[in-house]
Design a protein around this ligand. Structure first.
Ligand SMILES: [Zn+2]
Length: 199
């Protein structure tokens, strides 16, 4: 009789809340898919506008779209991993100078493009701000102070594409035919927009 009561008391005690047992007993965070271990959602952050992100991505993800600073901090956050070892998650990029930030989803299993959201995005200087275009001109060592002309005339990537399309680069920028041809060739180059080499 005594032993029975003792046992019951023990059971009651066991049922009282304990942080430790709650932690141990709570179900693991995972999806129903046994092929996948999910720790958390892929949460997008910051500036998610297409205009900003297509330019940032094409430029090489190393320069702030707002202030032109190269002090870009990159933080990779894994959301999960599949049984084959492929991880997926989010990479957050933030500017240490002005605080602008954005994020891109990534997936090891995406063969076409690690940042799979960018699959199908156009390559080049589309939506480049003036600061990007100045760096672009310097990177390609364009003659006739094209970088200064871009700065003074406030030539964005979209304006440059438009001028090139209408064959107005020579007249509007006041450069020689050969420089206009050089600009045309760079604009045609799929990876001509990448800004990884600084002046
Ligand atoms: Zn910035």
């Amino acid at each position: 009789m005594f032993a029975c009561c003792k046992k019951e008391k023990k059971t009651v005690l066991k049922r009282t809340f304990s942080v430790r047992s709650a932690t141990i007993q709570s179900p693991r965070l995972s999806t129903a898919d046994p092929q996948m271990v999910e720790w958390k959602e892929q949460l997008s952050q910051g500036d998610q506008s297409y205009e900003s992100r297509v330019a940032f991505w094409n430029g090489g993800m190393s320069m702030c779209i707002k202030c032109g600073s190269r002090a870009i901090e990159r933080m990779e956050e894994q959301s999960g991993v599949r049984t084959n070892g492929d991880a997926y998650g989010v990479v957050v990029f933030s500017c240490k100078r002005c605080g602008w930030n954005t994020s891109f989803d990534f997936d090891d299993g995406s063969f076409d493009c690690w940042y799979y959201e960018a699959i199908g995005w156009p390559r080049g200087v589309l939506h480049y701000p003036i600061s990007y275009m100045v760096t672009w001109a310097r990177k390609h060592q364009l003659p006739e102070n094209v970088d200064q002309v871009i700065k003074n005339q406030r030539i964005t990537g979209n304006i440059m594409l438009e001028l090139d399309k209408k064959q107005h680069v020579e007249s509007t920028l006041g450069v020689s035919r050969s420089t206009a041809d050089q600009i045309h060739a760079i604009l045609q180059d799929k990876f001509g927009g990448i800004l990884t080499i600084t002046e």
